[in-house]
Design a protein. Structure first.
Lengths: 331, 264, 324
């Protein structure tokens, strides 16, 4: 009889193990962010910039095992506000908001936080930072600073090549004249101009969104202004076409120093062939990525950091990595 | 146009009033939805004959000729051509038989040249589909002259011609393509006195060439000058079919206005 | 002399020719240090203007037949996308080209069928298809440009044919532009199909009454245009070495403007290939010329718009004055 009792105890123990092991194994598969839902309310649209931002968001959500959705209000401030209210009503575990206006968002954000929802800023911030808005943290790049960075890179190259810095003739091509991105970035370049003591103003070229038209107009401009020293592209498309335009205008590399934004094929070629000095990778992948992570950590532990995703200067030297990652929507 | 060979012995041009009519329409009925456009119409046209098809608006004149020219199909009834029963289902069928229509708007392209208009859709080619422009110019000028129209330049754009001249071009077109029966749909509308006379002259020319004409109009005074016979329609019914010698203008007007069949 | 020019160009186009020459002289004199006639500018013009020009030829042809096609702005990136994807899958160049052209023609065929069968205004129908294809492309590509260098080596035969230079100086693009202009010109002005195009656009009921297959003619024009768009899409793709979702944006209206400046009537039935050829170049030299003259590069679009309006008005006025 003792043997039978032993057998029963052994069986029960075995049974318990058998039940425990899978549950331990399964528990191991539970990702940390499981069950959490975050909402990113942005003014973005269907363009390469936001495609990368979304990739970052998605990768972070996959890693954490949580759900994250994005609103792309496409520069429509009214629509964006509506989306924000809808997001608040959903009571998510956190909201990341693009704060593209210094006054409009003050109250909505404060109210949301009062309701107990974590709200952080991403991509764009209140001009007065945390003094102007109640958002609990900010993750992003400064467009103006990016402009200044590329300005510096180009002007430094001009200086090194022996040009008279004070008299540099500077122009910038933009896809949509008057659009926010162009205005802010060009003011960053103007900051750099001031720094280097460059007299004169920066001339803006209306290039349109179309590749051939942009190339044609930039070419004509360069031909018309044979004394041009520095040329910037304020957006991905204009930057892409600068190299061809310079070639069309029979300029040799280094005669006109060029810089711009993003890493499209034409721009990469320009960097490799010395027509372009540098281009800014905005690293918006990180903005999407860290927005999700910060919201998660904030929900879990209450962390509230300030993260500067910076601007990354792509030059001939570090181009290889970019080339590999560009097709994957990572850079 | 070998389709036109008929079982009965051939007719010669200019000898109107042969035993077998060129075209005979029997018991024609046509409705559009609930609207009865034509009811039991018996209509015929002899060789080299000018028939005036008259009636007020909505009488059914347009519908009748659209049936014979292939734009509509009659709900009931038959059509005989040169004594033989035929099926005219498309405009191309009608054209093949030699039935051509000259419309109110002349079916001309205003910004295109005369020559190109005359040969619209039937351009002569010299291989691979390239137009024989020389032939187009020569032939169109030739036909216009035959009609009595004096236009110097076949490349002139139709828009530059007067109303009467334009009708001339449209008629020249059907003449060239050897029409046997020409339907003129309101040919003198909006034309001046002089231009209207021109058109009436053209009509006579057609008969002189052995071609039959159906002359549709509101203008009794115009058609009375050239037609040999009058067929009056009112609200889809035939009021009368009378030879010119058996009637006069007042009589015809009275019939049209009253809208009632004559008691014979 | 006047008659020969009129005959060959059609009246309105000869007016365009006169203005074209006048503009050449004007910009030649007033551009900053005569830069208008510098080789750099002329070659740039010859290389870039045909992008619009090849498409404008097709758009103008269709307009003469009486219809519009706004979807060219989307057919171009669509063709570029198809071509790029095929390259990425490793298909031989010839196949890539072939399939891309078929795709363009199919899009054209679809447009043609919809316009002729629904009897809706082509402006609306093709506006719809333009948005439809654009949305598809944006979604499929996520708006990311795709470089083709990874699959297409420098100096391939296709590259030489589409973006090279003859004798190292004359850009191949202008030769292609001329090539298509000649083919379409001969077709339109000397072939009976061309007559059908004219009469279909001028008086479609007359044409139909005379036995012309007007629906067929329109569909054919749409297919031709679709092919031209795909050809140009590939040409542009190879020149900028990538597919970009923004290719062709705005072309639909610029092409119509080129055709109108070249003497094509919006209502149909009037127009000529030489006119459209000149019209495209005229618009391009206005754009370039103004920049070369030092016009504020910021508001260049305003100037071009004004120039087009003035031009179109003058064109119509001149035609009226001469009684045609």
């Amino acid at each position: 009889m003792k043997n039978k009792k032993l057998m029963v105890i052994a069986l029960v123990t075995l049974f318990c193990f058998a039940v425990m092991v899978p549950s331990v194994l399964f528990a191991k598969d539970d990702k940390p962010g499981k069950g959490m839902y975050f909402r990113l309310v942005t003014h973005g649209g269907n363009d390469p910039f936001w495609a990368v931002f979304q990739q970052g968001m998605r990768d972070a959500a996959n890693e954490l095992g949580c759900r994250a959705d994005i609103d792309l209000a496409g520069s429509d401030l009214q629509l964006q506000q509506k989306r924000f209210q809808e997001a608040v009503a959903m009571r998510p575990d956190g909201i990341a908001l693009v704060i593209n206006d210094s006054t409009l968002w003050d109250k909505p954000v404060a109210d949301a936080i009062a309701k107990g929802i974590n709200v952080i800023g991403t991509n764009n911030d209140d001009e007065q930072g945390s003094a102007g808005n109640a958002r609990l943290a900010y993750i992003g790049q400064n467009e103006r600073r990016a402009g200044m960075m590329i300005g510096r890179a180009v002007f430094e190259a001009a200086k090194k090549s022996g040009k008279n810095v004070a008299n540099l003739k500077v122009a910038a091509a933009v896809e949509v004249p008057g659009a926010n991105y162009g205005v802010v970035r060009s003011s960053g370049i103007k900051d750099a101009m001031k720094e280097y003591g460059i007299k004169g103003d920066i001339e803006i070229i209306d290039a349109t969104l179309e590749m051939t038209t942009a190339e044609s107009r930039i070419t004509s401009y360069v031909i018309a202004h044979s004394d041009l020293d520095c040329l910037f592209g304020l957006g991905g498309i204009t930057t892409d076409r600068i190299t061809s335009a310079l070639k069309n205008a029979k300029k040799k590399p280094g005669q006109v120093l060029a810089g711009g934004f993003d890493a499209t094929p034409g721009t990469l070629t320009g960097l490799e062939t010395n027509y372009m000095v540098a281009s800014i990778d905005q690293q918006q992948y990180l903005q999407g990525y860290f927005s999700v992570y910060v919201l998660y950590l904030m929900k879990k532990y209450g962390f509230a950091p300030q993260i500067d995703t910076g601007g990354y200067l792509i030059t001939k030297d570090n181009i290889e990595l970019i080339k590999k990652l560009s097709p994957k929507n990572i850079r | 146009m070998s389709d036109q060979k008929s079982a009965v012995d051939g007719k010669t041009a200019g000898a109107g009033g042969k035993s077998t009519p060129l075209v005979k329409m029997v018991n024609i009925h046509k409705s559009f939805g609930k609207v009865n456009a034509l009811r039991d119409i018996n209509f015929h046209v002899d060789h080299a004959e000018i028939v005036g098809l008259v009636g007020d608006n909505g009488a059914g004149k347009s519908t009748l000729i659209k049936i014979v020219s292939g734009f509509h199909r009659a709900d009931k009834g038959e059509i005989f051509y040169e004594g033989e029963k035929v099926n005219i289902n498309t405009p191309k069928d009608a054209k093949r038989l030699g039935i051509e229509t000259v419309y109110q708007e002349q079916a001309l392209a205003p910004h295109v040249s005369i020559a190109r208009n005359v040969f619209m859709g039937r351009e002569p080619t010299k291989g691979l589909g390239f137009m024989d422009r020389k032939k187009m110019d020569e032939e169109s000028m030739g036909t216009l002259t035959k009609l009595g129209l004096r236009i110097k330049d076949p490349e002139a754009v139709v828009e530059a011609l007067s109303g009467g001249q334009r009708q001339g071009v449209a008629i020249a077109r059907v003449l060239y393509f050897e029409a046997k029966l020409v339907i003129l749909d309101e040919p003198t509308i909006a034309l001046s006195v002089k231009e209207s006379q021109q058109v009436l002259d053209f009509t006579q020319q057609l008969k002189a060439q052995g071609i039959s004409v159906i002359f549709i109009t509101h203008n009794i005074f115009h058609v009375f000058q050239v037609a040999e016979r009058f067929f009056i329609l009112s609200h889809g019914e035939a009021l009368t079919d009378v030879k010119k010698e058996d009637t006069n203008i007042d009589h015809l007007i009275e019939l049209i206005v009253s809208g009632r069949k004559e008691k014979k | 002399m006047q008659r020969i020019v009129n005959r060959f160009f059609g009246f309105r186009a000869s007016f365009t020719l006169i203005v074209f020459i006048a503009l050449l002289v004007f910009f030649g004199i007033f551009s900053a240090d005569r830069s208008f006639f510098k080789v750099a500018h002329l070659t740039a013009l010859a290389r870039l203007a045909p992008d619009l020009g090849i498409v404008a030829l097709g758009v103008g042809l269709l307009m003469i037949a009486g219809e519009f096609d706004l979807s060219v702005a989307s057919t171009i990136p669509l063709s570029s996308f198809v071509f790029t994807k095929l390259l990425g899958w490793g298909s031989p160049l010839i196949i890539c080209l072939f399939v891309t052209f078929i795709a363009g023609m199919l899009v054209g065929f679809l447009n043609g069928m919809m316009v002729t069968k629904t009897k809706l205004p082509s402006f609306i129908v093709t506006l719809g298809t333009m948005l439809f294809w654009r949305g598809l492309i944006f979604a499929a590509s996520r708006m990311m440009p795709i470089g083709i260098r990874a699959w297409l080596d420098f100096g391939s035969w296709l590259e030489k044919m589409l973006v090279g230079s003859l004798f190292g100086v004359v850009p191949v693009q202008i030769l292609w532009f001329l090539f298509f202009a000649i083919i379409l010109g001969v077709l339109l002005h000397f072939h009976r199909f061309g007559n059908w195009v004219f009469v279909t656009g001028d008086n479609v009921t007359a044409a139909r009454a005379m036995g012309v297959n007007t629906d067929g003619v329109k569909i054919a024009c749409y297919v031709i245009l679709g092919f031209l768009c795909s050809f140009m899409g590939v040409m542009q793709n190879i020149r900028i070495e990538s597919f970009t979702a923004n290719q062709g944006v705005g072309f639909e209206l610029k092409a119509i403007a080129s055709a109108v400046v070249g003497g094509t009537a919006l209502m149909g039935g009037i127009g000529s290939i030489p006119g459209i050829f000149l019209g495209t170049l005229t618009i391009q030299i206005i754009e370039n010329g103004l920049i070369l003259m030092g016009a504020p590069a910021f508001g260049i679009s305003a100037f071009i718009g004004a120039a087009i309006i003035i031009f179109a008005v003058l064109n119509v006025a001149a035609a009226r004055v001469s009684g045609k």
